[in-house]
Every structure is written in C-alpha cells, then in structure tokens.
Design a protein around this ligand. Structure first.
Ligand code: 5GP
Length: 179
C-alpha cells in the first residue's frame, strides 16, 4: 500500500488504531501527573492539531488550551530558522504548562520556544511530543512524554504535512525511498 503526496510516495508506518491507543494512554498519564491543576496545553501549530485533539480528550479534568505557530521546516528538511508567527497572549506566570508538539527532530524549535516560555515563570513545564527522532536530536531538550520514537526519516500524516498535503491522514506514513 502506498499514497502519493505531490511528487513523493509514502508507505504506512504507524496505524490509526495504534495512535488512538497511545494518545489516550498519554492523556491519562498527563492527568496522573497534573490532575486538578488546571494545566494550560500550548499546542504548536500546525502539525500538532490532531495530536492535541486526541490528547486533551483523554485528559479527564478541566484544562485550558492556547495555540502558537512555530516552524523551522520547508519541504522535507529543516531551514535552521525558527519563526514565531503568532504571539502567545495568555499569561503563563504560575501556570502548569503542557507543550504539545507533533515531532521533535533536531530540537531547535522547542529549544528556542522553551527559553521564551521559561522567561515568563510558569509553575511547571511538561513537554510532550507525538513523535521523536532520537538520532536527529542536536539541541539539549528533554521530552517528558513521547508517543513514538522513530528513525530519522521524513513522515507525514496525523497532522504532519509534506508541503501542506497529508495532514488529514489518520495514520503516519513514511517516505518510500527512505524506508
Ligand atoms: P526541529 O526544530 O526539532 O528540528 O523540527 C521540529 C519541526 O520540524 C516539527 O514541529 C515539524 O513541524 C517539522 N518536522 C521535523 N521532522 C518532520 C518530519 O519527518 N515530517 C514533517 N512533516 N515535519 C517534520
């Protein structure tokens, strides 16, 4: 089985059922850690929208959500620059923050964002990522809760795009020539 997005072919990597099971488990794990502390989930757009939707539905206590757009990717590789296209206008001092990221690759995006966040003195910061590419990580960040560790290959689906296509796919797909 394969699908085509623009000029590239992708093959299945993580099926929808496995994602559902894991994201529900992660939401419950966050609830175990943060319970009734009314955490603020900060969702890194665009890629994390689907992950965030599943995660918060498994969080069985009141919580709030905020959204920021950060990006260092163009096509299938990192540009090396992190752009913040939306300012976070929620006051986070003294709040328990859960950062919701789609995928940690080099770690550059989150490393930069964490510095901005920590300057505003939150009570705690929990970093959660749907995917992580341990071999690609360069910047020293600690992900507290990871959905799946994957190889250093380009993936799309479940919110992640290849030049805007593929975000609606319910599973994760990997670039065929690299698989
Ligand atoms: P980092 O700053 O950690 O190098 O890159 C993180 C960002 O790059 C992610 O939020 C995501 O937008 C993008 N990214 C990294 N790897 C992939 C990938 O395999 N597929 C897609 N679609 N985006 C990726």
């Amino acid at each position: 089985m394969r699908i085509r997005l623009h000029d590239l072919n992708f093959v299945p990597m993580i099926p929808e059922e496995e994602i559902k099971r894991r994201t529900s488990e992660m939401g419950k794990e966050l609830f175990n850690r943060l319970g009734d502390k009314n955490p603020l989930f900060i969702v890194i757009l665009n890629g994390a929208f689907m992950f965030a939707a599943d995660l918060v539905r498994a969080y069985s206590a009141p919580c709030e959500m905020a959204f920021v757009t950060l990006s260092s990717y163009s096509g299938t590789s990192s540009t090396g620059m992190v752009t913040t296209t939306l300012e976070l206008n929620t006051n986070i001092a003294g709040r328990h923050i859960v950062i919701v990221e789609d995928i940690v690759d080099t770690g550059r995006t989150l490393h930069a964002f964490l510095q901005t966040l920590n300057n505003q003195q939150p009570a705690s910061v929990t970093l959660t990522a749907f995917l992580r590419k341990p071999e690609a990580q360069v910047f020293p960040i600690q992900v507290d809760l990871t959905g799946f560790d994957i190889e250093n290959k380009f993936v799309a689906g479940y919110g992640l795009d290849y030049d805007q296509l593929g975000r609606n796919l319910p599973g994760v797909w990997v670039l065929e020539s690299q698989s």
